[in-house]
Design a protein around this ligand. Sequence first.
Ligand code: TXA
Ligand code: MG
Length: 324
Amino acid sequence: MKARIHAPTLSNLQRLAAVLRRGGLVAIPTETVYGLAAHALDAKACRAIFQAKGRPANDPLIVHVLDLAHAEELAEFNDAARQVARRFWPGPLTIVLPKKSCVPGIVTSGGDTVALRAPAHPLARQLLRLAGVPLAAPSANPFSYISPTTAAHVQQGLGRRIRHILDGGSCTVGVESTVLDLANPSKPRILRPGAITAAQLAKVLKRKVPTKTRSAKSTARLLSPGLLDRHYSPRTSLRLTGRPAAGKLTALIFLRQPAGRQPANVYWLSQRGALDEIARNLYRVLREADTGGYREIQLEKLPATAGGLAAALNDRMKRAAAKL
Ligand code: TXA
Ligand code: MG
């Protein structure tokens, strides 16, 4: 049986909200990537997420909420967390805080902190409103593969393991949210870089916000599994290079569209090199190259000077290229 891709009509949203309320799984669009959602306070429903993804149980889930008021029901907020939530929610920022007892241990992998995010995507928000419950949702891909940015990507990866996918078109951000640990507000740290940058967070928090994506070879010792060296990865061997160039059996991915007609093995992430466009297209193009039957993929590195989204893009590109 294959998952159904549902158009975002009101009656479909109502039906999918009911599926979620009674413990079912629904893949949903967010502005970052598609998520595989379940009722966050229903431990059995959350266990089904881990099964569908083949995700190790020691890799905790993000809980999605409508707003700060709903988030405060699930975690112990401090002033710093309220400030960044007010500034960046709804949006691509996940905040890690001490959890309240209503959050089941399966969601936090037994830990005493929970990761919370209010997504900006209108369909995710409408579904949250209709379901009336918080939604645990990791990216809707098989564990360690490239995250999905369209309903079709979800179908390709999880189509035989889930029943419902809500179609919200292509994700506008294209890389996963920034994960900010504020469990200790005097020592904020970024566990995973994303569209909300360290500089933006530092400005609101009035202190430095270091990025601590300590790498690790296995999930056993992880602070945050996005920290796995190999993650977001195609199956084809991927190499980061200064200037992609090689024969026909290699897919070449450039940051910006090369001039003139190009052979089929040449791909690009943007027309002019804009970082937001590169982020929006990265996972789609990696998937296209990965399914093109190539022996290798070469991906052009970002220039060292690029700011803003570059930290998140560099992080994902390096992990995509990491060897097992
Ligand atoms: O943009 C996103 O964040 C997407 C959309 C669907 O919201 N979700 C996503 O989920 O990327 P996932 O499960 O693929 O990544 C969640 C990240 C992981 O790196 C996980 O380790 C970290 O958040 N995380 C979750 N709970 C945590 C916690 N209590 N402490 C530290 N890290 C946590
Ligand atoms: Mg993921």
